[in-house]
Design a binder for this molecule. Structure first.
Ligand SMILES: *[C@@H]1O[C@H](CO)[C@@H](O)[C@H](O)[C@H]1NC(C)=O
Ligand SMILES: *[C@@H]1O[C@H](CO)[C@@H](O)[C@H](O)[C@H]1NC(C)=O
Ligand SMILES: *[C@@H]1O[C@H](CO)[C@@H](O)[C@H](O)[C@H]1NC(C)=O
Ligand SMILES: *[C@@H]1O[C@H](CO)[C@@H](O)[C@H](O)[C@H]1NC(C)=O
Ligand SMILES: *[C@@H]1O[C@H](CO)[C@@H](O)[C@H](O)[C@H]1NC(C)=O
Ligand SMILES: *[C@@H]1O[C@H](CO)[C@@H](O)[C@H](O)[C@H]1NC(C)=O
Length: 494
């Protein structure tokens, strides 16, 4: 019996060791705090995938009826309906100074583009003019589009347009305002913008309920307000709070970072600088949040808000980590930043810290952490099912040439076990199974040894037991004794 106990003990030890390894594989606290268990924690990694469009710039529309695809453009305005359809209006093409009046929609789930012609549903007076850097916002089935002329309403159901020409007050015609769409409340917020002559610093609110613009005045003459600027990046949180970064002022690009609270109608300046000597960004280590980090001055960056309410920003035209001094020139950026709401700090989460960087397209439709969309400004950006999408803009193509783009990118944050982790789990399993089999074999052989007197084994283990078995006794009496014949020479007894 001693043999069996020893093996049971070994078995239990093997079992508990195996389960410890198993716990370590899940990244929970474990007694095995070695290098291996550090490596096995769950890891969240985001990666870009080049979904569609060309890796070369200055592309024409593809209009064949099937698999239509929009040509290159930048400065288009966009909105999203409740079915996950993204609509894109206007923008500008390569080599033309006149804006576009094209309306496209993208069914994001199926990556299916549609070109929407103005049909007879709308007279030419009712349809919006070509528009570059327009502001737009959707509410239910209606969309407001504001830009170079008047304010227009688009009905997504019927695809018809209406001009709102009898508005009592309205922002003056302009392009490249910062705008925020609160599609839950039906409010379009709009700050600044530009014409060819000037920049603006006025702040407006359009409500779908009243179909009216209202100018938002600061609550007192001592309130701080952002400078006049255009092409600033904008984010709106579900709380209704607005954020704005950078933009171009009369004195150059800025990295001014503002927050506006609709409740107090006050702006708060969170950080920021202006001027060539102060415009370089501070990147720190990629992926490490720090109060010392901040993006450089820029305009025309792409923006998103993630699930956690963090602000995300990609590229734009501006300054990298190096640009300093009187001769510093802005360049196209491909840096990817996150403003973490919980810590109120910036973190550089991807892309390059140098302007005018080389894009990395990778394989089409395949996420890869090494992929980097080309540097660009004024692309279209939108979120869909926790994915961040990016389309077009003015930037660099795969040949590093300046051009207008029509590439479509998707960034996804994937939480999964690292390859080392899965390997370790299966390794643990294999070890467990192998040890079980081994133990079984040993136990079986011990049993066999008991029945077959496996002495060698017992001698080796030094466990030679007191002999408990009964040696087979040969009953001598049962053995027939050979008859002893008297020698022949003995005289028979008569
Ligand atoms: C638009 O109207 C013109 C003339 O009124 C007509 O010939 C044409 O077929 C109409 N187009 C559509 C798409 O209804
Ligand atoms: C546009 O469509 C809406 C419904 O989606 C309708 O109420 C409206 O009358 C239409 N306008 C014009 C000018 O046809
Ligand atoms: C503008 O005109 C429309 C109809 O054309 C009307 O319903 C709306 O009340 C008018 N708005 C103003 C501010 O006059
Ligand atoms: C601010 O407004 C107050 C009254 O509301 C006025 O007395 C004061 O002069 C104003 N200050 C400036 C700088 O305009
Ligand atoms: C910019 O980044 C490079 C490499 O990441 C680094 O060597 C350099 O010191 C940085 N420059 C500034 C001004 O921070
Ligand atoms: C990815 O997910 C992690 C964990 O949920 C989160 O901390 C991080 O901010 C996300 N990154 C992006 C770019 O949304």
């Amino acid at each position: 019996m001693a043999n069996l106990q020893v093996f049971m003990l070994i078995l239990i030890e093997v079992g508990s060791y195996g389960s410890l390894r198993f716990c370590a594989a899940h990244g929970s606290d474990s007694l095995l705090s070695n290098k291996h268990s550090e490596k096995t924690a769950e890891k969240t990694e985001g990666a870009w995938a080049w979904i569609d469009g060309s890796d070369h710039g200055n592309q024409k529309n593809k209009l064949h009826g099937i698999h239509d695809y929009p040509g290159s453009r930048f400065g288009a305005s966009s909105w999203q309906d409740s079915d996950g359809i993204v609509w894109i209006y206007g923008g500008q093409k390569y080599g033309r100074n006149t804006p576009l009046d094209e309306l496209w929609s993208l069914d994001v789930k199926n990556q299916d583009w549609n070109f929407h012609r103005f049909e007879n549903k709308t007279t030419s007076k009712q349809q919006p003019p070509p528009c570059f850097g327009c502001a737009s916002c959707h509410y239910g089935n209606r969309v407001v589009v504001f830009g170079l002329s008047s304010t227009f309403i688009f009905h997504m159901e019927n695809e018809n347009w209406t001009a709102l020409r009898n508005l009592s007050v309205s922002p003056s015609p302009r392009s490249h305002s910062a705008y925020w769409c609160d599609s839950a409340k039906g409010i379009l917020w709009l700050f600044g913008g530009q014409t060819s002559k000037e920049k603006f610093g006025d702040f407006w609110r359009f409500t779908f309920q009243e179909m009216q613009w209202i100018e938002v005045e600061p609550p007192s003459n001592t309130s701080v307000v952002p400078d006049k600027c255009s092409k600033a990046s904008a984010w709106i949180l579900s709380s209704g709070d607005l954020y704005m970064f950078g933009g171009s002022t009369h004195s150059g690009l800025t990295s001014n970072f503002w927050q506006f609270s609709p409740k107090s109608t006050e702006w708060t300046k969170l950080s920021g600088t202006t001027g060539l000597n102060n415009c370089a960004g501070k990147y720190g280590k990629m992926g490490i949040t720090s109060k010392n980090n901040y993006p450089g001055c820029r305009e025309g960056a792409a923006t998103w808000v993630n699930e956690q309410g963090d602000l995300l920003m990609f590229g734009g035209s501006g300054f990298d980590n190096f640009s300093r001094g009187p001769f510093a020139e802005p360049g196209l950026l491909s840096d990817f930043w996150m403003f973490e709401m919980s810590s109120h700090q910036w973190v550089w989460i991807g892309g390059l810290s140098r302007e005018e960087g080389v894009p990395v397209f990778g394989e089409k439709r395949k996420s890869d952490p090494h992929n980097i969309p080309g540097p660009r400004e004024s692309p279209v950006s939108f979120s869909f099912a926790n994915q961040l999408w990016l389309f077009g803009g003015a930037g660099h193509d795969v040949k590093q040439r300046d051009g207008i783009l029509n590439d479509l990118w998707m960034y996804e944050n994937v939480t999964e076990n690292t390859p080392g982790d899965t390997l370790n789990i299966s390794f643990g399993f294999r070890v467990l199974i192998a040890l079980f089999v081994l133990t079984l074999v040993l136990v079986l052989s011990v049993c066999l040894c008991y029945s077959k007197e496996c002495r060698v084994f017992r001698w080796r283990r030094g466990l030679r037991p007191v002999i408990k078995y009964k040696p087979v006794k040969v009953d001598m009496r049962q053995v027939q004794q050979p008859e002893v014949h008297p020698p022949l020479d003995e005289p028979p007894t008569m």
